[in-house]
Write a protein that binds this ligand. Structure first.
Ligand code: DAH
Length: 340
């Protein structure tokens, strides 16, 4: 039989690094078949006068072994818990940066929603167009400067194919496809052969509007555009129409809104005139209706086209169109709150 001293040393020096070692410790020192238990069985062979002291010593050793076991077990349990915490792949990342809509998309959506509320539906069409839909059907004269290579991107191998210079091509496509009443809004990307500066870009976005039915008047157009302007820029905004010229409308006008920054007093944004131009519009020329298969004696209507970049620059007070195409996150991040 081992001496008490030997047994105590063994318990003290036992290394426990894993669950198996812990179990080995338990079997060796604390189970029914352990050395300590067999010492208890020895008691009856000890002379009666020494039994009490012997019993005390075994109990001390047993308490010591129990204490060691509890210590090892709690250290081991803590370590196991710590390890499983590291491996917890379901823990959410608190630092996720969410994206936001591009300011141009935000503005296109806003314009579209306002017109959808008064019964317009949205139509889209091809960026790569033909001469008929962009120019000829819209009453552009043969020698119109827009047909010049300096203004329009043509495809060299095919003189009839070009990148659309305005969304007015969608008026033609819509009227060719359906009879009045027509109430559509057409957002899209357009292309012009222009040098890129802070005010102009070779790519930009427009929203086109078209309303054709019986007895549509210039007053209907004016009221519709006033409604749009006040929802977009605020209830106090006024509009004014200045005579202008477009081949596809007669009469034609440019529309200004009263400057929503200074309220018409004059400031940098409106160049001290009190007004800012936001769109072109007019009554659809009867030639255009006929070109698209619509009876111009029965139907009339109005159309308008607005530049999204210009509207966005006015609304968010930015002065360089290139910012909208560079995709610099420091610029785009500022529109996060406008997305909602
Ligand atoms: N298409 C014209 C442009 O790009 C804008 C425009 C003016 C559209 C008058 C229209 C309109 O529908 O009636 O400058």
């Amino acid at each position: 039989m081992k001496s008490f001293e030997e047994l105590r040393k063994e318990i003290e020096n036992f290394q426990i690094e894993n669950a198996d070692a812990l179990e080995a410790f338990r079997l060796q020192f604390l189970s029914k078949k352990s050395e300590i238990q067999s010492m208890f069985n020895e008691i009856r062979n000890i002379p009666p006068e020494e039994r009490k002291q012997f019993g005390q010593l075994i109990n001390e050793i047993k308490d010591f072994a129990n204490k060691r076991f509890d210590e090892f077990k709690s250290t081991y349990d803590n370590r196991a818990n710590a390890q499983s915490a590291v491996a917890d792949i379901t823990r959410p990342d608190t630092n996720v940066s969410l994206g936001a809509m591009h300011p141009i998309s935000i503005m296109m959506d806003q314009v579209r929603r306002i017109f959808e509320d008064i019964g317009f539906s949205t139509v889209t069409g091809p960026d790569i167009e033909d001469d008929w839909h962009v120019f000829t059907a819209l009453n552009f004269a043969e020698e119109h400067p827009a047909r010049d290579m300096q203004d329009t991107f043509f495809i060299e191998l095919h003189p009839d194919i070009l990148l659309r210079t305005h969304t007015s091509s969608l008026q033609v496509r819509t009227m060719e496809a359906q009879q009045p009443p027509i109430r559509v809004i057409c957002p899209g990307r357009v292309f012009r052969n222009e040098a890129i500066t802070s005010r102009a870009h070779c790519i930009f976005h427009q929203v086109e509007g078209l309303y054709i039915a019986e007895n549509v008047s210039f007053a209907d157009m004016k009221q519709t555009l006033l409604y749009f302007s006040q929802r977009m820029f605020g209830p106090d905004v006024k509009i004014r129409l200045r005579p202008s010229y477009f081949p596809f409308t007669e009469p034609s006008a440019e529309m200004d809104i009263s400057c929503y920054i200074c309220g018409g007093e004059g400031c940098n944004l409106c160049k001290h005139t009190g007004w800012v131009e936001i769109l072109g519009c007019g009554m659809v020329d009867p030639n255009v209706l006929e070109n698209c298969g619509i009876d111009s004696k029965k139907y009339s209507g109005f159309a308008f086209g607005l530049g999204i970049e210009r509207m966005t620059m006015l609304k968010y007070k930015t002065n360089d169109i290139r910012l909208y195409f560079e995709n610099d996150v420091r610029f785009l991040e500022q529109f996060k709150s406008a997305t909602k």
